[in-house]
Design a protein around this ligand. Structure first.
Ligand code: PHB
Length: 393
């Protein structure tokens, strides 16, 4: 045999090996790994719990294999502390070689992980955090939660058009609270409304009582409130203890304060609160009724908007993997996610192909008693709302 034919046959063997490797049956491939970073302890733990539950529920129902590949969730608790988020994301990417990072219960956590997603070219699925700028921090970020701009602009318009003239605001003093405040103010004052008092409360363990007295003294028609998921119960308890429920001051805001997860334990003080939001457990679609029943059966609690962000986030990952045929190239996965549309328990949603942010209906809802339980009953719908809070380019 000549040297030439030897080389040719060597090359042919190489090609054959490469083809064989490419044609490995999917089941024999490594699993797809998703690093799920959530606050499972601390003040935001209810967010972590809801998202973890929802991801489990989705995988129970749809199976743990997609496009021929097994899906493995690696759940890590960051306690909503961004330094932890960063360290955990780094470990997941470098040591565990995850194909996705997902979760992110608060904005600072989502921002801390963004440079790592970019460096690693790994999709970062934001299932909870809601500050507008987040998706601008990495081309690998795709969001299935919401932005505060989506709900706060709409409640601002609604308040101005519905006889509310003076508003006192109480917002959590960090990025999403500032988005909520600024977007509400922008629309409410453009509609002729006036802000008569403005207070910001700390994110960690807030004591609302001293601020509530100031609110009461300002005698507004309504109080605009943003506190992150998990804090609404405590807020409404102090609201009632200070007698604000008897003062005629109406609670309005984005729906975070009336999270379904806590709403039913708030008592009658919550009745009549009007909020704008992406999800109500009372959303009257067949899909949602079925989702709520399955979630209650599995976890003995009512799903809130964080659960829905998690359910849609894992759905987005499954559908992107279907589109790439199980390939985990980060750029291909993000391209597959852009423009994706589907029906969620919250209603129809899609991923804006330009911003990678969620486009969704925003509903105006009022807390009412239905069959002895408190619900956010939707009474107006704004369809396919995009985030209006991005940096103007
Ligand atoms: C956030 O930190 O971005 C955040 C957390 C909880 C919410 C809304 C926004 O309910």
């Amino acid at each position: 045999m000549s040297i030439r034919t030897d080389l040719l046959s060597l090359a042919a063997t190489g090609i054959a090996l490469a083809v064989a490797a490419g044609a490995t049956p999917a089941s024999a491939q490594e699993s797809v790994k998703i690093g799920l970073i959530l606050p499972m302890t601390g003040g935001q733990a209810s967010t972590g719990k809801q998202i973890d539950n929802a991801v489990k529920l989705y995988m129970q129902r749809k199976g743990d294999t997609v496009a021929g590949r097994k899906v493995e969730i690696i759940l890590k608790d960051d306690g909503a502390v961004p330094d932890n988020t960063k360290r955990i994301a780094q470990e997941l990417i470098v040591n565990d070689k995850v194909n996705f990072i997902a979760g992110f219960g608060v904005t600072p956590a989502a921002l801390a992980a963004a440079p790592l997603a970019t460096q690693g070219k790994i999709p970062q699925i934001v299932m909870a955090a809601g500050t507008s700028i987040i998706t601008e921090r990495s081309p690998y970020i795709v969001r299935t939660s919401f932005t505060l701009a989506q709900s706060s602009t709409i409640i601002g318009d609604w308040a101005a058009k519905n006889g509310i003239k003076k508003v006192a605001t109480l917002t959590s003093d960090y990025a999403p609270g500032n988005d909520a405040l600024n977007f509400f103010k922008q629309n409410f004052t453009a509609g002729g409304g006036e802000i008569v008092e403005e207070v910001k409360v700390p994110l960690a363990n807030p004591d609302f009582a001293p601020f509530l007295q100031r609110m009461k003294d300002a005698k507004p028609d309504a109080m605009f409130v943003f506190v992150p998921a998990g804090q609404g119960g405590n807020f409404m308890k102090q609201f009632a203890e200070r007698g604000l429920d008897k003062s005629g001051i109406k609670v309005i805001g984005p729906g975070d304060v009336m999270d379904d997860d806590l709403l039913n334990n708030m008592g009658d003080a919550a009745l009549g609160a009007v909020t704008a939001h992406l999800y109500s457990a009372a959303h009257p679609s067949a899909m949602n009724k079925e989702f709520v029943a399955a979630y209650k059966k599995a976890f003995n609690s009512r799903p809130g908007f964080m659960a829905v962000g998690g359910y849609d986030g894992i759905h987005l990952i499954y559908e992107a993997l279907k589109k790439t045929g199980g390939k985990t190239d980060g750029d291909a996965l993000v391209a597959a996610m852009k423009g994706m549309k589907w029906e969620s328990p919250r209603g129809p949603i899609s991923i804006d192909p330009e911003t990678r942010d969620i486009v969704q209906n925003i509903y105006i809802r009022k807390v009412e008693k239905v069959d002895g339980e408190l619900y956010n009953v939707e009474f107006a719908t704004f369809e396919a709302v995009k985030d209006s809070g991005k940096t103007k380019k």
